[in-house]
Write a protein that binds this ligand. Structure first.
Ligand SMILES: NC(=O)c1ccc[n+]([C@@H]2O[C@H](COP(=O)([O-])OP(=O)(O)OC[C@H]3O[C@@H](n4cnc5c(N)ncnc54)[C@H](OP(=O)(O)O)[C@@H]3O)[C@@H](O)[C@H]2O)c1
Length: 277
């Protein structure tokens, strides 16, 4: 008899929610819900839930993929049914402790993916909350291996991860937007990647981590650019939330003489400012 697939629910089917859903649907049964019904209409191979209640009643694992400003509404909506559910959040600036405070003693995992997840070439940083188990952490790693590489981190490094790897693709796309396609690869590997590695070191990653992160961010972002056939400008927009970490970094880069190191520093500062307490 065929083994029943585990059910994953995803709330928010935007840039990241859809990228994750499309990559994990081979291995899991995926329920999705987005308040914008137009976005889910054409989602193939996924089950569209009528509402959050239906989604959470079916799925034992829920991925929260809405913008930080919509997060509290969703926490309120899932609160009564969250007790036996593993909650995985991909939102920037929402600590596990905040979710535990709002939801009670639930098992929470916080992850920070990046846009190349769309083609299975993302980098996802993962940390666990107080009530999540090592098995939960292991499961989250397996789940996000479907969208690229994963790295477990202490939560105090999540803002740095957001700045370097979450926003990183946006910084590369911004730098490439005034260059010809023939120049993209050389620029990405010869200029951006070493700067990205130096920025990761500067943000507190170890030399080994910094080298890997810079390589993964550069390769993944460049491959997405080639495969998606979108312009760097369009992909930059997909990474940039209004008032978010990428926007803060781009402001520094676009000043003219702003370095990538300064941009990631500004992005991390913004992540800290945005952190819910
Ligand atoms: N984009 C990136 O590169 C990136 C990288 C790492 C992490 N993240 C994190 O990923 C999260 C999602 O980002 P995104 O870029 O995917 O955002 P997005 O494209 O705006 O997608 C979020 C989706 O959630 C929907 N939504 C809002 N409130 C909802 C609710 N109460 N119930 C159901 N759906 C709801 C939104 O609908 P409306 O549009 O109608 O509001 C939208 O379709 C953010 O928290 C961000 O910090 C993003």
């Amino acid at each position: 008899m065929e083994k029943k697939k585990q059910i994953i629910g995803i709330i928010g089917y935007g840039n990241m929610g859809s990228a994750i859903a499309q990559r994990i649907k081979q291995a899991f049964e995926v329920f999705i819900f987005d308040k914008d019904t137009g976005k889910v209409k054409s989602a193939a191979g996924l089950t569209i839930a009528k509402n959050i209640k239906e989604l959470i009643q079916n799925a034992g694992i829920i991925i929260l993929a809405v913008k930080p400003q919509d997060f509290d509404t969703v926490l309120t909506d899932i609160k009564h049914d969250a007790a036996d559910t593993l909650i995985i959040s991909i939102a920037a600036g929402i600590p596990t402790q905040y979710m535990e405070k709002k939801l009670g003693n639930v098992r929470v995992i916080r992850v920070m993916p990046n846009l190349p997840a769309k083609i299975g070439k993302g980098v996802t940083f993962i940390c666990k909350g107080k009530f999540a188990t090592e098995d939960d952490l292991h499961f989250a790693k397996e789940l996000f291996n479907h969208v690229g590489r994963t790295l477990a981190l202490r939560e105090n490094m999540m803002d740095a991860a957001t700045a370097v790897a979450g926003s990183g693709p946006g910084f590369l796309y911004d730098r490439l937007s005034d260059k010809k396609a023939a120049e993209w690869e050389r620029y990405a590997f010869d200029v951006f990647m070493p700067e990205c590695e130096a920025s990761a070191l500067d943000r507190g990653f170890s030399p080994q981590q910094a080298e890997l992160i810079a390589k993964w961010v550069t390769e993944g972002s460049l491959d997405l650019l080639k495969i998606s056939k979108e312009s760097p400008k369009v992909l930059c927009i997909q990474v940039t939330s209004k008032g978010g970490t990428t926007e803060a970094g781009l402001e520094v880069l676009r000043k003219g003489n702003g370095s990538l190191k300064d941009a990631t520093k500004a992005a991390q500062k913004k992540a800290k400012e945005l952190t819910r307490r």
